[in-house]
Ligand binder design. Structure first.
Ligand SMILES: NC(=O)c1ccc[n+]([C@@H]2O[C@H](COP(=O)([O-])OP(=O)(O)OC[C@H]3O[C@@H](n4cnc5c(N)ncnc54)[C@H](O)[C@@H]3O)[C@@H](O)[C@H]2O)c1
Length: 448
């Protein structure tokens, strides 16, 4: 099939590259000419494992191309994918201007019957609004909702082996078209959830918000653990082994981030408000997430007996491992809070360092090597659980850090609870996790 994908971001590039790898002829279109120039030059503007290689293979094979203007050959596409951003507006509701701009372009250029597939995360009713917008087209176009569920850092595997593909379509013809498109990914059994566009749109927000709620609840429990002396690891094990609950998404940490959870939880609340339904649980998840960010800043401050005038090393800038995406990253929030409190911040990330440096300008320093961030720092805060941070040399960390308070050994704040406190203590460092008791070298190592 001949396909056009609008938006060369995380979703558009993965979708376009994945579809071209299945043998389709794909054009990825973006209004950012600098991004398109990079892509035409064979450079991938984002870090996503495996994406650059797969892109190159399909570019060489002539199945994948990029443009910031629609060439005539694509006036006759079989399907147009909308994968542009839907950022939050001032009230949290999704800003649909890019989606509607794409709809107008499609209405203008389409010269043969096609489906318009909305992959962007959009509020309920958007597909119907896009359908109305396409009324001026010269040919019949049917809008289909097909929300994207990829996880950054594992996006290609999600594309090629999806848990499920949700499709919201009104006609049997459009459903069949999407079924045919995804058939090569469903060889071991169909995993399509076929419904109407409005339910499909809501499924996306409901899925992300459900996951965000689990995280926020565990984060609240972690704060209760600090207050009561309970241990979040034990609580998670005890709760997660209930088969009705399950083990996933029960990890306390610095709060959820990224380009999806924060915005989608707020957009769902805004959608509820617009329809007179108060989404109290979603609103609480959002508030609890904000509180966790504040709590982490306070935890660091307390561990250092005040951060004013001190230098703090951050390991991890990306909102999760295996991506360079720092949108709504806990590291951005913590660094901002620490700078406001008068601390100096030195950061490291295996991939997201340049984005972090660009975001903060000269307000902080980003190092290329992880241990270099420790030189002259009074504490190390681990914010992203990259593999390369999992088994560090704690003796080397101790050698490089300065004492973090009066008579206090340097402290490691493990905001992802990935280190074993006993190992940290053996190196003569203090350990502070989330939802676990703080421990010092003189303490007996915990038996976890
Ligand atoms: N990033 C994720 O993990 C993820 C996962 C699932 C769903 N989503 C959703 O998918 C959508 C896209 O997300 P993303 O992270 O890929 O966004 P992104 O910001 O990385 O990319 C969006 C791209 O769209 C381009 N664009 C804007 N207006 C355009 C127009 N009129 N025509 C063509 N291109 C245009 C921008 O230049 C940009 O390159 C959002 O609705 C998001 O919520 C994202």
């Amino acid at each position: 099939m001949r396909l056009v994908v609008f938006g060369a971001g995380y979703v558009g590039l993965v979708t376009g590259t994945g579809l071209s790898d299945l043998g389709h002829d794909v054009l990825v279109f973006d209004i950012d000419p600098a991004k398109i120039a990079m892509l035409e030059d064979g450079r991938c503007p984002i870090y996503e494992p495996g994406l650059a290689d797969l892109m190159h293979r399909n570019q060489r094979g002539g199945r994948l191309s990029f443009a910031s203007a629609i060439p005539a050959s694509f006036d006759e596409a079989d399907a147009y994918f909308i994968a542009v951003g839907t950022p939050p507006g001032p009230d949290g509701a999704a800003d649909l201007s890019a989606v509607m701009a794409v709809a107008d372009t499609i209405a203008r250029v389409a010269r043969r019957q096609a489906v318009v597939v909305v992959k962007s995360t959009v509020p309920v009713g958007t597909c119907d609004a896009v359908q109305a917008r396409l009324a001026s087209a010269h040919v019949p176009l049917e809008v289909v909702s097909n929300p994207e569920f990829l996880k950054e850092g594992d996006a290609l595997s999600d594309f090629f082996k999806p848990d499920r593909v949700v499709v919201g379509a009104r006609s049997e013809e459009a459903r069949q078209m999407i079924r045919d498109l995804y058939a090569p990914l469903q060889l071991s059994g169909e995993r399509l959830v076929i419904t109407d566009p409005r339910s499909s749109e809501l499924i996306k927000y409901a899925s992300n918000t459900m996951l965000a709620i689990r995280i926020s609840f565990m984060n609240e429990l972690s704060r209760l653990c600090h207050a009561t002396g309970a241990d979040i690891h034990s609580v998670r094990l005890g709760v997660g082994t209930d088969s009705r609950i399950g083990r996933k998404f029960l990890y306390a940490g610095p709060g959820y981030g990224g380009s999806c959870f924060p915005k989608d939880v707020q957009a769902l609340s805004a959608l509820g408000r617009a329809h007179g339904v108060q989404m109290r649980v979603a609103e609480a998840a959002h508030l609890a997430n904000d509180e966790q960010a504040t709590f982490l800043a306070q935890l660091v401050d307390k561990a250092l007996e005040g951060v004013m005038g001190k230098q703090i090393a951050l390991w991890g800038c990306a909102f999760k491992p295996e991506t360079d995406d720092i949108r709504e990253s806990p590291a951005v929030r913590l660094a901002t809070a620490l700078l406001e409190r008068g601390a100096t911040v030195v950061a490291h990330d295996p991939e997201a360092g340049p984005n972090f440096a660009k975001h903060f300008g000269n307000r902080l320093t980003v190092k290329e090597r992880d241990y270099d961030a420790l030189e002259g720092s009074h504490a190390l805060v681990l914010l992203t659980e990259w593999r390369s941070y999992r088994a560090p040399n704690f003796a080397e960390i101790k050698r490089r850090l300065l004492p973090s308070g009066t008579g206090l050994a340097p402290v490691l704040v493990d905001a992802r609870n990935i280190w074993r406190p006993a190992e940290v203590l053996r190196a003569g460092l203090r350990y502070q996790g989330i939802g676990v008791a703080s421990s010092r070298p003189v303490d007996r190592p915990s038996q976890r």
